[in-house]
Design a protein around this ligand. Structure first.
Ligand SMILES: *[C@@H]1O[C@H](CO)[C@@H](O)[C@H](O)[C@H]1NC(C)=O
Ligand SMILES: *[C@@H]1O[C@H](CO)[C@@H](O)[C@H](O)[C@H]1NC(C)=O
Ligand SMILES: *[C@@H]1O[C@H](CO)[C@@H](O)[C@H](O)[C@H]1NC(C)=O
Ligand SMILES: *[C@@H]1O[C@H](CO)[C@@H](O)[C@H](O)[C@H]1NC(C)=O
Ligand SMILES: *[C@@H]1O[C@H](CO)[C@@H](O)[C@H](O)[C@H]1NC(C)=O
Ligand SMILES: *[C@@H]1O[C@H](CO)[C@@H](O)[C@H](O)[C@H]1NC(C)=O
Ligand SMILES: *[C@@H]1O[C@H](CO)[C@@H](O)[C@H](O)[C@H]1NC(C)=O
Ligand SMILES: *[C@@H]1O[C@H](CO)[C@@H](O)[C@H](O)[C@H]1NC(C)=O
Length: 247
């Protein structure tokens, strides 16, 4: 009891010190730069629905997803490299794009064109499989010492089959390079082979299937257990019957 009390007062002391430090820190913010993790969790991003139309006016690319940028850049206010996690807000995002027989783009822009995110999909017309092959981001935020710009043309994410949509309920992280990764939530996308203004049948991602596997394994194990108990009971009953008969 005494030990716990001691621990509690130690905690209280530490907390007080932290509060005092925080208060002091407010006053001397310009003197002592913060050492803690610079980014604050922005929460789950809202889901956006994006549609690119072909020349005949119907949808040729459909995407529905929540997007979060995890970006490393040189901060003016903190005078050092920081990592920031930023949600893309669908209600202030403009979208456009293009559709060609074997490639398609989705172009998202925010902050009056100061942030531009482009997804480039490729279709292999031999295997009839598509994938996200390129991502580029340019951003000129007030806190950036120099404009951010990156592009990776050798990616292989969101693989699907022509005529089907790619679906993933689990969160996925698309690593673009060492300065940028994109967290993508509840994605359904189809960059090729749309017939109406709606998604084709969904092909579920591996992550979701793995998720489904666990309950199946647990269920099978339980069924096995029930069977063993049942067998044991039946055998036991037979033995005791045999016992009675010999007496
Ligand atoms: C529109 O064009 C696409 C190819 O770009 C085609 O697959 C689709 O059937 C066309 N839709 C209509 C209504 O003509
Ligand atoms: C952002 O990326 C870094 C690695 O570059 C990782 O440690 C961190 O967990 C990521 N944050 C989020 C919210 O994805
Ligand atoms: C920023 O940091 C560098 C060293 O990391 C230092 O030389 C420079 O004076 C700092 N600039 C400001 C404005 O604090
Ligand atoms: C966009 O949505 C967010 C909440 O998700 C809200 O805070 C913001 O005011 C909205 N902006 C506009 C321009 O509607
Ligand atoms: C495509 O058409 C739909 C419905 O007609 C519209 O909501 C959407 O904004 C169009 N997409 C683009 C990129 O203009
Ligand atoms: C996309 O496809 C069109 C038509 O096939 C082609 O002209 C264009 O060069 C392609 N774009 C890229 C970046 O491969
Ligand atoms: C398309 O797929 C075929 C069969 O899987 C493969 O041999 C070929 O290299 C692929 N083409 C491209 C450009 O990736
Ligand atoms: C681009 O992505 C590929 C595949 O994820 C990776 O191997 C490569 O290092 C990336 N390029 C850069 C410049 O980071």
């Amino acid at each position: 009891m005494k030990q716990i009390g001691g621990f509690q007062s130690w905690c209280l002391g530490v907390t007080l010190q932290l509060i005092i430090a925080a208060v002091l820190h407010q006053g001397f913010a310009t003197v002592a730069p913060p050492t803690a993790a610079p980014y604050k969790d922005p929460g789950r991003p809202e889901k956006g629905n994006y549609q690119v139309n072909g020349t005949n006016g119907t949808a040729c690319l459909l995407a529905s997803m929540g997007l979060q940028l995890n970006i490393t850049f040189n901060s003016v206010s903190q005078n050092k490299t920081v990592q920031d996690v930023v949600n893309i807000q669908p209600n202030v995002t403009k979208y456009s794009g293009s559709c060609d027989p074997d490639n398609a783009t989705l172009h998202l822009s925010m902050d009056a064109e100061k942030t531009n995110l482009i997804f480039f999909f490729t279709l292999n017309t031999t295997s009839n499989k598509y994938h996200l092959s390129e991502v580029s981001l340019s951003a000129a935020w007030p806190d950036m010492k120099e404009p951010f710009s990156t592009r990776n043309r050798s990616l292989n994410y969101l693989q699907g089959t022509l005529g089907y949509s790619y679906l993933c309920r689990e969160e996925q992280t698309l690593i673009v390079d060492q300065y940028l990764s994109i967290n993508i939530f509840q994605v359904q996308v189809q960059p090729f082979g749309l017939t109406k203004d709606e998604f084709g049948a969904a092909e579920e991602c591996q992550l979701d299937e793995d998720d489904m596997l666990i309950p199946i394994i647990v269920g099978a194990a339980l069924a096995g257990l029930v069977l063993i108990v049942l067998l044991a009971y039946l055998i036991g009953r037979k033995r005791s019957h045999a016992g009675y008969q010999t007496i």
